[in-house]
Design a protein around this ligand. Structure first.
Ligand code: FE2
Length: 500
C-alpha cells in the first residue's frame, strides 16, 4: 500500500528543516502523462488553513528534493532532483519528468529537511501505436460541504491508469451552515482566498488517495472561478471580475499537476490540450469557459431563444474550434475522447408542448456544436466519446448528427459523470427528469446518485460502468454499478449490459 514509508533513499543533506511541523499536509499528485514522462506535484503547507493562503510557510524559497522509483519501497530510484518551492507560487512544486519508460508504473515522493511526503504512483502512456487496454475514471464536482469525498476513495481503489477530472474541483462559496462540513474563509475572491480553499480541499484524505493512485488530466469548469462565468463576464455584473479570474486561474495552476505551458499569464491560461495514450486514445481536453460568449436566453434554465442558434455564439472560441477540428483530421487513434465540462447532447427539458434548454451547456451554443459534430463526422476519427461533468447526475447519451433528430445517424457517444459530492445523497431518479426522458430518446441512462464513471478502453470496445454511492452524508459508503454499457469499435451506440 502507498502511505507511510521509511525515510531511506534520499541522498540530499539532512539538516533540520526550517519547517518544524509536517509540510506535506496536502498530499502529492501527478498528471499530464506522456510516453516518457509526467508532472509530479506537491505543495508545502504545515498549517494548511492559514487565511493568508500561505499555509504557514515562511516568505522565502524552500528546497524540496524529489525522487522517482520503479518500486513503492524506493529501493530502485531512477531519478532524483531538487526544486525550490517559492512563495510566489504558494510553495507548490511542479516537476516535469522526462526519460521514463513507456507504459510503466512509477512511484514518487518529496522531502524537505527531515519531512518526507507520502508516496504517489504515476503511470506513463504506452509506446507508439500500442493498443494495450486502459482504464480511466472520470470525476467532477466535489463540493466539500455537501458530502464526504467517499467517491474519490472508491475511485482510488479501482487503481485506474488515468483519472480525468472535468471541473468543479472546488467551490467558491462561503460556508453555508448547512453542509456536513464547512468551508473556511469567505467566498473566494482574492488569491489568498483561493489558495486557502484549495488547501482545505486538499487536506481531505479521500481526495489525496485519488491523486496518489494515478496521473490526472484535469480541466476546470465554472466554480474554480465563480458560478457560470463566461470569458470576461461574471454571472452578476462585477467590475472586479478580471482580477478575480486572474487570481482563480493562478491558484488552479498552483494546485493541479499541470505542465508549465499551462501557467497563467494575467487573466489567460492555456488549458486546452491533447494527451496521447499510445495508439489507443487521444484525449482532446477542452476549455469551455475562457473563450465563450455570454450565455444566451438570459441564462435562464429551461428556456429557448433565437440567440441560442446564432453562428457567432461559441463555447470554444474560433481558435480552439479550429484546433479541435484539425485534431480530428490528424487523429489515428482507436478512440478520440473529448474531455470537457458541459452537456454536449441536446436535452429538451420542457415536458409536453414547448421547448426548453440549458443555455450554459452546448444547447446554448448550437451552431458551434453543429460545426464540431460535422467536422467529427467528416474526419478520420474512428470512435468518438464525449466525457462531461457539471450536472451532478449520471447520463449516457448517443450524439446524433442532427441534435434532436433521432432519425439522423449517431456520430458519438456521451458519458456524463455525476458529482463526487455536490448535491448530497441524491436519488436514483428525479421527477423532473423522468418527465422529460420520453422526449429525449437518445438518452439511455440517468442517475441522480453521487459517484464517477469507470471506462475501460480496448482495441475492440469501450465498456463504461456508472458507479454510484448510496449516500455521501456519512462517510464510508460502498460503491455499486448503476448501469453498464458497451460501445463496440466502429459503432457509436450504447449497448446496455444486463446485470447478472
Ligand atoms: Fe458542479
Amino acid at each position: 500500500m502507498l502511505g507511510a514509508l521509511p525515510v531511506v533513499g534520499f541522498t540530499g543533506d539532512r539538516r533540520l528543516s526550517p519547517i518544524r511541523s509536517d509540510p506535506f499536509t496536502l498530499g502529492v499528485a501527478s498528471g499530464e502523462p506522456s510516453a516518457d514522462g509526467a508532472v509530479i506535484w506537491t505543495r508545502l503547507a504545515p498549517n494548511p488553513l492559514a487565511d493568508d493562503g500561505f499555509g504557514g510557510m515562511p516568505a522565502r524559497g524552500v528546497d524540496v528534493e524529489w525522487e522517482v522509483a520503479r518500486d513503492e519501497w524506493f529501493s530502485h530510484v531512477e531519478q532524483r532532483g531538487m526544486a525550490t518551492a517559492i512563495p510566489e507560487s504558494a510553495h507548490s512544486v511542479h516537476v516535469e519528468l522526462t526519460g521514463l519508460r513507456p507504459g510503466a508504473d512509477y512511484f514518487y515522493r518529496f522531502r524537505t529537511g527531515t519531512h518526507v511526503s507520502p508516496a504517489g504512483r504515476t503511470r506513463t502512456g504506452p509506446a507508439g501505436g500500442s493498443l494495450a487496454p486502459m482504464t480511466m475514471c472520470v470525476a467532477s464536482c466535489s463540493n466539500y460541504e455537501q458530502g464526504w469525498f467517499t467517491a474519490y476513495r472508491r475511485l482510488a481503489e479501482e487503481q485506474p491508469d488515468l483519472v480525468v477530472h472535468l471541473g468543479d474541483y472546488q467551490y467558491e462559496y462561503a460556508a453555508s451552515g448547512k453542509g456536513v462540513r464547512a468551508h473556511v474563509g469567505p467566498e473566494t475572491v482574492t488569491l489568498a482566498n483561493y489558495r486557502q480553499r484549495y488547501a482545505q480541499y486538499k487536506t481531505d484524505p479521500d481526495l489525496q488517495a485519488a491523486h496518489a493512485v494515478a496521473p490526472w488530466v484535469a480541466v476546470f469548469d465554472d466554480h474554480e472561478v465563480a458560478d457560470n462565468w463566461a470569458d470576461d463576464v461574471a454571472e452578476e455584473p462585477d467590475p472586479a471580475f478580471l482580477g478575480r479570474r486572474a487570481a482563480a486561474l493562478r491558484a488552479y495552476y498552483e494546485n493541479m499537476p499541470l505542465r508549465r505551458s499551462a501557467a497563467p499569464r494575467g487573466i489567460d491560461m492555456q488549458l486546452y490540450r491533447r494527451v496521447q495514450w499510445g495508439g489507443l486514445a487521444t484525449l482532446h481536453m477542452l476549455d469551455t469557459r475562457q473563450y465563450r460568449t455570454d450565455q444566451p436566453c438570459a441564462d435562464g434554465f429551461g428556456t429557448d431563444c433565437a440567440e441560442r442558434v446564432l453562428p457567432s455564439a461559441t463555447l470554444t472560441g474560433a481558435e480552439q474550434e479550429r484546433w479541435l477540428l484539425n485534431g480530428f483530421q490528424q487523429s489515428r487513434s482507436r478512440w478520440d475522447i473529448l474531455g470537457q465540462q458541459v452537456f454536449f447532447s441536446q436535452v429538451e427539458f420542457t415536458p409536453g408542448p414547448g421547448r426548453g434548454f440549458n443555455p450554459d451547456a452546448w444547447d446554448g451554443y448550437a451552431a458551434n456544436r453543429d460545426r464540431i459534430v460535422h467536422g467529427l463526422a467528416h474526419s478520420s476519427v474512428r470512435n468518438a466519446v464525449v466525457l462531461t461533468g457539471d450536472v451532478h447526475s449520471h447520463w449516457a447519451a448517443e450524439v446524433h448528427a442532427r441534435p434532436g433528430d433521432p432519425r439522423s445517424s449517431v456520430v458519438a457517444t456521451e458519458l456524463v459523470t455525476t458529482s463526487i459530492s455536490s448535491g448530497g445523497d441524491g436519488s436514483d431518479m428525479r421527477d423532473d427528469i423522468a418527465a422529460v426522458l420520453p422526449e429525449n430518446p437518445h438518452i439511455r441512462y440517468f442517475s441522480g446518485r453521487r459517484g464517477y464513471v469507470r471506462a475501460r478502453l480496448t482495441a475492440d470496445e469501450m465498456r463504461a460502468d456508472f458507479r454510484v454511492l448510496p449516500y455521501v452524508s456519512r462517510p464510508g459508503a460502498e460503491v455499486q454499478t448503476g448501469a453498464s454499457f458497451v460501445v463496440p469499435d466502429r459503432e457509436p451506440a450504447l449497448h446496455s449490459v444486463v446485470k447478472v
